[in-house]
Design a protein around this ligand. Structure first.
Ligand code: G1P
Length: 275
């Protein structure tokens, strides 16, 4: 039912310098696959095969990754190495990719608003590729799309985090509607632990209804002077309804070195076992 998925990918990746000096952080590999490809595979599994990517300067490798490389194809077609390109070929066959550039870094809300031109007036998924998710059964976006089909409103994915980490996230308060699904009553971007409404942190998966674009446009700058998607969602929660969904699965914060290494270890075990 939801066909489009937006990937904000204009950020600098300063925590991984110097690796990200000339290479987009979304291209950092976990074992043999770049972070963004895991995200696109998750979107594709949820039936979202119209992919919009919000890029910026120095991000051209993203576009090349989701395109045919004729020289490479020529070199390896008919050799045992051909199998290594099977997944990415499948993605290129099954998905379409569109790109737009965010020319100024003014926050996640601004990045999503920049993507409006790729999305139009329909509900859409959002994946922050830094948050690498492994669903317990289905992928996280597939789980969320199922909830969307039932309630037809914006949804954020959440996870419980230790109290001393709430300042890194958007944090929600809400009442449980059904197992793991909360009606959001409050949302705060990166609160001080003392002011946090709970320890339920938003992670980088969203389903948004298209009225979010007008709401972002009329939302004043928030935390760090940036346009915050959390603030826009808080407005949607008051006007209408926003749900928070405690997803089933694991998340690796690949925006941090520790999370990146944990993800690498996890996927290395999978890769080894797959033979
Ligand atoms: C963004 C959002 C935040 C959310 C986080 C998830 O923050 O603003 O609400 O909890 O992503 O990864 P960022 O990590 O971009 O600072």
């Amino acid at each position: 039912m939801i066909k489009k998925c937006l990937f904000p990918a204009a950020g600098y990746g300063t925590r991984f310098l110097p690796a990200t000096k000339a290479m987009p952080k979304e291209m950092l590999p976990i074992v043999n696959k770049p972070l963004i490809q895991y995200g696109v595979e998750e979107a594709m599994a949820a039936g979202m095969n119209t992919i919009g990517i919000v890029t910026g300067r120095g991000k051209r490798a993203l576009e090349d990754h989701f395109d045919i490389s004729y020289e490479l194809e020529q070199q390896i077609t008919g050799t045992p190495k051909e199998v290594f390109l099977a997944d990415i070929r499948n993605i290129i066959d099954y998905c379409t990719f569109s790109y737009t550039r965010q020319t100024e870094m003014k926050g996640l809300g601004h990045a999503i608003l920049t993507g409006e031109t790729l999305i139009g007036r329909e509900p859409f998924g959002v994946i922050l590729a830094d948050d690498l998710c492994v669903g317990e059964d289905d992928g996280v976006l597939t789980q969320m799309a199922r909830i969307y089909a039932k309630y037809r409103c914006s949804i954020v994915a959440i996870e419980e985090v230790p109290q001393d980490e709430v300042h890194k996230y958007g944090v929600i308060a809400g009442s449980e509607l059904e197992d793991g699904v909360y009606v959001v009553s409050d949302m705060v971007e990166k609160p001080d632990p003392a002011d946090a409404p709970s320890n339920l942190a938003i992670i980088g998966r969203y389903i948004l209804t298209p009225d979010i674009f007008d709401v972002i446009r009329s939302t004043p700058p928030g935390r760090n002077g940036e346009m915050q998607i959390t603030d826009a969602l808080q407005t949607q929660a008051i006007r209408n309804m926003v749900l928070a969904y405690r997803f089933k699965g694991k998340r690796f914060d690949c925006g941090s070195v520790e999370g990146f290494v944990s993800a690498t270890n996890f996927f290395y075990e999978r890769w080894k076992n797959a033979g």
